[in-house]
Write a protein that binds this ligand. Structure first.
Ligand code: ZN
Ligand code: ZN
Length: 338
């Protein structure tokens, strides 16, 4: 499967056996803080940092899956020009109606009884636009996930327009509640990958992603998924460029957020929950003492958590909210801060 995908110029990377998370980083990348783009491991043929290591080189692919034949396959969506709608069917608390379809006001007279999952919000969005429901789109590759969700694969036939990944619960960029977008900065589990919970099973006979429908492209644009090209290609802005005083509360938050982000590409059991909990608790304490804006801190923590664990966003947000409010009830004044 990995070879077949790579043959289509879709870069692939190994997943941890039995899991949908990337294979573990090497020891150094587990302990050392650095940007994936600065990592020396890729040149050495290692698979560190999840989709950042994804490749179409057949010799490297043979070596990776030779070393770990039980590894599943992740596809890095951005360079493959893939846009995959990840429809969730998890039991979850249904949010207020203005959070179901961001940017669309659902009138009170619309009866939302029975709405329970991303299948419902996506169907609602399609109905609003008088377009066919993508979940029932038999012209494109659709993959049933072990948890009862659905991956709807499309290919972006205008790759000059790049779409960012998002989670359906993000307060900043989201298409619909319980519908994640996997595009640039994200990966998708390949069909036929088997994890402990079951197999990613293609539906019907179609094995090709169809072109992204124009109306969905317009919806992605409307909801802020288009990545604006930077006018001058130059060095990436440094994190230090943000208005943070060294040693200030913002700098402290940044270092905590970084410990969460660094869990990306590592398998479970590397202290992610503990790190997230500690970061959110401290941020809550700083916000409670007036050193930080709690909403902004929550946003940063949420984005870092989603980056590190894209498949457990609701769990992460539960942890963040609990720890933030626990921390806020114990205001925290670090030394050196007025
Ligand atoms: Zn490494
Ligand atoms: Zn590294």
């Amino acid at each position: 499967m990995a070879r077949w995908l790579a043959g289509r110029q879709w870069p692939v990377h190994p997943l941890a056996p039995g899991r949908k998370t990337p294979a573990a980083n090497c020891e150094q990348c587990r302990t050392r803080s650095h940007e994936p783009s600065d990592c020396p491991c890729h040149a050495r043929g290692l698979w560190c940092h999840g989709f950042h290591s994804a490749t179409t080189e057949l010799t490297r692919i043979a070596a990776w899956w030779g070393r770990e034949p039980r590894a599943g396959v992740g596809v890095s969506c951005g360079p493959a020009h893939l846009v995959v709608l990840d429809v969730d069917a998890h039991a979850a608390h249904v949010p207020a109606r203005d959070r179901l379809l961001p940017g669309i006001r659902i009138p009170e007279q619309v009866d939302l009884a029975g709405l329970a999952s991303g299948f419902d919000t996506l169907a609602l969005l399609a109905a609003y636009r008088q377009e066919p429901n993508p979940a029932e789109d038999e012209t494109t590759l659709r993959v049933r996930t072990p948890s009862g969700g659905l991956h709807i694969w499309y290919v972006n036939s205008e790759p000059a327009v790049r779409y960012r990944s998002s989670t359906g619960s993000s307060p900043r960029t989201a298409l619909a509640w319980q519908v994640d977008v996997r595009a640039h900065g994200g990966y998708v589990v390949a069909p036929t990958t088997r994890i402990t919970a079951g197999v990613y099973a293609p539906l019907g006979a179609v094995r090709e992603p169809a072109p992204l429908p124009a109306w969905l492209a317009a919806e992605l644009r409307r909801t802020g998924h288009v990545i604006q090209a930077s006018p001058v290609p130059g060095p990436r802005p440094q994190r230090q460029a943000r208005p943070a005083r060294p040693g200030g509360a913002q700098a402290l938050l940044q270092s905590l957020v970084e410990t969460v982000r660094e869990c990306a590409g590592q398998t479970e059991g590397t202290g992610f929950t503990e790190k997230l909990n500690r970061a959110a608790y401290t941020a809550g304490g700083l916000a409670g003492a007036g050193h930080l804006n709690q909403a902004e801190a929550r946003q940063e923590l949420t984005e870092a958590a989603h980056y590190a664990r894209p498949h457990q966003t609701r769990r992460s947000e539960t942890i963040i909210d609990a720890a933030l409010s626990a921390g806020a009830s114990r205001p925290f004044h670090p030394k050196g801060l007025a």
